[in-house]
Design a protein around this ligand. Structure first.
Ligand code: IVH
Length: 670
C-alpha cells in the first residue's frame, strides 16, 4: 500500500477516535484547530485518491449535497411503541404483573430515560454503519443514512471488540435544548416558522433532503435497544454497556433496579432531575433486564409486555384569555401574544404566551375570552396548545389579526409564502428601532452589557441613541440621566461599548440587523466579502455566489446597503473604530465558545500579541473584555508591568492571574 493510502487509513482511525472523545465522552484530547488540520489533511489525500473512497470516512460527516427523496426499507423487527403509564402506582402494578407472569422468578428492571426525539434504527455490518432507517409506520421507514452519518456521536466504525457481525441498534435522534433555542432564534430572525419543540425539530431535520444542512443542526443520538441473533450478553443492561464500549452514546441515567422501591425512587428522582438534562425527555422507560424473561413475556399487538413507559406529568394549565396583543420585532414582524389570567405553571406565574403567527391563531381557532390550555413542556416560553371549546361564550368572536402596526399605525404587509405579517416602516417605528439597538448590543453580537430593552427604549426616548451608531457617541453623563444608572454602572456600559470595538467583523455583520441574515449567514458573508467596503459594493449575483446565500438573501443584503441611511450608519461605526474587515489571522485562530461566560481584564504589555489582538481573541472565543477588576471578573490576562494597584485588587478578590502562554493554551492556540 502506498504511504498516502496508509496515511488516509491512519487519519480516518484517528479522527473517528477524536470524534468519539468529543461528542460521546465530552472529553476532547486535542484542540479544535488540530482536529481541523487533521481533517483538512484527510480531505486533501482523499481528493487525490478517489479510488480509496469510504462512505464512512470522517470527512463524510459534513454531509454531501447529493440526496433526492428517500427510499424506504422494511424493518427487520417491527418498531413497536410502548404502553404508557402516568403514575407510580401504575408502574408498580406493571412490575407486579411482570413478577406474577414470571411466577416468582427473580427479576431485574432497567430504568432509563424516555428521550423525546425521533426513533431510529441503525444497522451495522462488520463493525460499520450500513443503514439508518426512521421509525416510519413501524413496519417500514425512510432510509436516512446520509443524514445520520452527519451526527458526530453516532459511530461510523465501531471501536473495542465483541460486536456481532450483524446487528441492529435503536435509539432516539434528539436536538439538544441549546441547539433547539439557537435554531429557533435563527429562524425567528429570518422570519421563518418556529419549531414547536425539539422533537418536531429533530424529525423535521432528519427528513431534510440536504445532508450538509443537517450537519449544521447539531443533532445528537442516544441508543437504548440492541437487537440481533448473537448478542454478547443475555441481558439488556450488559448489552447496552457493551454498546457503550463500542462507541455508542448510552445515557448515564440507565440503571439496574432490583426492587419496587428502587423503581419508585428512580421515578421520584428523575421527575425533577430531568429538567437539568441537556435534551428533552417526556418520561422514563422500564424494561425487564433478562432477554430470556423478555421472550417469555412477549408482545401484545402494539407493544412489548416486558417494557413500559412512565410519562412525566404534562405541565399544563387552563386559563382565560384576556386579550391578544401584537408585538413588533426588530425586523418589523408582528407576533400575536396571548395575555392570560395569571396562572401557576411548574413554579412560575404565566401571564403571556406567544401565539407565534396568524396561521397558528387560525389553526387553534381562538375566540375572544376563550379558556386556553397553556403548556410548559420544559421549553422556556410557555405555549398555547389548545382551546376548551365547550367553555366558549356563545357571543365570542374569533380573534382577528391586526391590519395596521400597533406601534406606528402603518398598514401591515404579508410577504408572499410566509406566515408573518410585517410593518414596513423600518425607520420610523419605535419598537423596530429599539429592537435593533437591543439586538446590536446582544451577547452574540457586540456583547455590550447593561443595555436591555428598557434602557434601549429610554436611550431612544431621551434622543441619545436613535440608531446603533449613536451608541459610540454616548457619554456616561447621559446614561446617568436614565433611571437606574449611577456613575459606576454608567461607566461599565461605556467601557463595554469601548471593548465592543474589538468584536470581529463577522459578528458586526450579524449585529447590523440585515433582514434574513442570521448568525451563520453573517459569518459566511463577512468571510467571503472580507471587508465592509467590498460587501457594500457586491452585486446581487456576487452575493448569490456565496455559500448559503440564496436569491432572497442576496437581494435584501443589496437593498440594505443601497439605503443611504444604512451606509451612513456603517461609515460612522467604522469611524468609531468598530471592526469592518476580517482579522488577518482568522484562518489560523478559529472562533469558538471556549471562553463563553468568562470575563477578562487585560493588563500590562505583551510579547506575543498586541493588547488589541488579545481583546479580539477573547471576543472571538466567546469571552468578554471588561475595563476594571470586580468580583465578577474571571481572569486577569497579565503581561509585563501590570499596575501594582490592579495586582493588589486581583489578589484580594482571589481572581486568577494568567500569562499570555496560559491564555493561548486555553483557547487551543498553542
Ligand atoms: S424502547 C419495543 N427505550 O418511545 C420497545 N423507546 O413510545 C422499543 N423512546 O418508539 C422502544 N426513549 O422512539 C425505548 N429509552 C427508550 C426510549 C424509547 C424514547 C421512544 C421510541 C419508541 C417510543 C415508544
Amino acid at each position: 500500500m502506498s504511504p498516502e493510502i496508509n496515511r488516509i487509513d491512519q487519519l480516518r482511525k484517528e479522527l473517528h477516535r477524536h470524534n468519539y472523545n468529543y461528542y460521546v465522552k465530552n472529553a476532547p484530547e486535542i484542540s479544535d484547530r488540530d482536529f481541523d488540520m487533521l481533517m483538512k489533511e484527510l480531505e486533501e489525500l482523499e481528493m487525490r485518491h478517489p479510488e480509496h473512497f469510504d462512505p464512512n470516512s470522517p470527512t463524510r460527516r459534513v454531509g454531501s449535497d447529493l440526496s433526492d427523496g428517500f427510499s424506504q426499507a422494511a424493518h427487520i423487527y417491527p418498531m413497536l411503541s410502548l404502553a404508557n403509564t402516568y403514575s407510580i402506582d401504575e408502574v408498580d402494578a406493571w412490575v407486579k404483573r411482570v413478577d406474577e407472569s414470571l411466577m416468582g422468578q427473580e427479576t431485574c428492571i432497567v430504568g432509563e430515560m424516555k428521550f423525546d426525539g425521533s426513533g431510529i434504527s441503525l444497522i451495522y455490518e462488520h463493525g460499520r454503519l450500513v443503514r439508518a432507517v426512521t421509525r416510519g409506520d413501524g413496519e417500514k421507514g425512510d432510509i436516512v443514512t446520509e443524514n445520520i452519518r452527519t451526527i458526530r456521536s453516532i459511530p461510523l466504525e465501531l471501536q473495542g471488540s465483541g460486536w456481532p457481525d450483524f446487528f441492529e441498534i435503536r435509539g432516539e435522534i434528539v436536538l439538544p435544548w441549546a441547539e433547539f433555542d439557537r435554531l429557533n432564534a435563527e429562524r425567528e430572525a429570518l422570519g421563518e416558522p418556529l419549531f414547536a419543540n425539539p422533537r418536531n425539530a429533530a424529525s423535521g431535520t432528519l427528513k431534510l433532503l440536504n445532508p450538509s444542512e443537517v450537519a449544521h443542526r447539531g443533532l445528537d443520538a442516544y441508543l437504548y435497544y440492541l437487537l440481533g441473533e448473537d448478542l454478547p450478553f443475555d441481558n439488556h443492561y450488559d448489552n447496552m454497556m457493551a454498546a457503550r464500549s463500542w462507541g455508542f452514546k448510552v445515557s448515564e441515567a440507565m440503571t439496574q433496579l432490583k426492587t419496587i422501591e428502587d423503581v419508585d425512587r428512580y421515578i421520584n428522582h428523575w421527575d425533577t432531575a430531568r429538567k437539568e438534562l441537556p435534551v428533552a425527555t417526556d418520561g422514563l422507560v422500564f424494561k425487564v433486564n433478562s432477554l430470556r424473561q423478555q421472550l417469555n413475556l412477549g408482545f401484545t399487538a402494539k407493544s412489548p409486555r416486558w417494557a413500559v413507559a412512565y410519562k412525566f406529568a404534562a405541565e399544563r394549565a387552563l386559563t382565560r384569555l384576556r386579550f391578544v396583543s401584537f408585538d413588533v420585532g426588530r425586523m418589523g414582524i408582528i407576533t400575536p401574544v396571548a395575555n392570560l389570567e395569571p396562572v401557576l405553571l411548574s413554579g412560575t406565574v404565566v401571564k403571556r404566551a406567544s401565539l407565534h403567527n396568524d396561521d397558528i391563531v387560525r389553526t387553534l381557532d381562538i375566540h375572544e375570552g376563550d379558556m386556553l390550555y397553556v403548556e410548559k413542556g420544559g421549553e422556556i416560553i410557555p405555549k398555547i396548545t389548545g382551546v376548551d371549546t365547550a367553555a366558549r361564550l356563545p357571543e365570542a368572536r374569533p380573534v382577528e389579526f391586526v391590519s395596521h402596526c400597533p406601534a406606528c399605525g402603518t398598514p401591515l404587509v404579508r410577504v408572499e409564502g410566509e406566515a408573518a405579517w410585517v410593518c414596513p416602516n423600518k425607520e420610523g417605528c419605535v419598537p423596530q428601532i429599539v429592537g435593533r439597538i437591543e439586538h446590536f448590543v446582544g451577547r452574540r453580537m457586540m456583547n455590550i452589557d447593561g443595555i436591555g430593552e428598557e434602557t434601549a427604549a429610554a436611550l431612544f426616548a431621551h434622543g441619545y441613541v436613535k440608531n446603533i451608531a449613536d451608541l459610540y457617541d454616548l457619554e456616561a453623563g447621559q446614561l446617568m440621566n436614565i433611571e437606574g444608572f449611577a456613575a459606576k454602572s454608567a461607566r461599565r456600559v461605556i467601557d463595554g461599548i469601548g471593548a465592543s470595538k474589538a468584536v470581529p467583523f463577522e459578528r458586526v455583520v450579524f449585529a447590523l440587523s440585515i433582514p434574513y441574515v442570521g448568525e451563520t449567514t453573517a459569518k459566511k458573508v463577512a468571510r467571503a466579502a472580507k471587508s465592509i467596503e467590498r460587501l457594500m459594493d457586491m452585486s446581487v449575483a456576487e452575493l448569490e455566489a456565496i455559500e448559503d446565500v440564496g436569491p432572497r438573501i442576496a437581494r435584501t443584503i443589496n437593498d440594505f446597503f443601497a439605503d443611504g441611511q444604512n451606509r451612513d450608519i456603517v461609515a460612522r461605526l467604522k469611524a468609531a473604530g468598530v471592526q469592518m474587515a476580517v482579522a488577518e489571522d482568522t484562518g489560523a485562530a478559529p472562533s469558538s465558545d471556549t471562553l463563553a461566560g468568562k470575563s477578562f481584564v487585560i493588563s500590562g504589555v505583551f510579547a506575543l500579541h498586541s493588547r488589541d489582538e488579545y481583546k479580539a481573541l477573547i471576543e472571538r472565543n466567546g469571552g468578554k473584555n471588561v475595563g476594571s477588576i470586580s468580583k465578577k471578573t474571571d481572569y486577569i490576562l497579565a503581561g509585563e508591568n501590570m499596575g501594582p494597584a490592579k495586582l493588589e485588587k486581583a489578589k484580594a478578590l482571589g481572581i486568577p492571574i494568567i500569562d499570555e502562554n496560559t491564555f493561548l493554551a486555553m483557547i487551543g492556540a498553542q
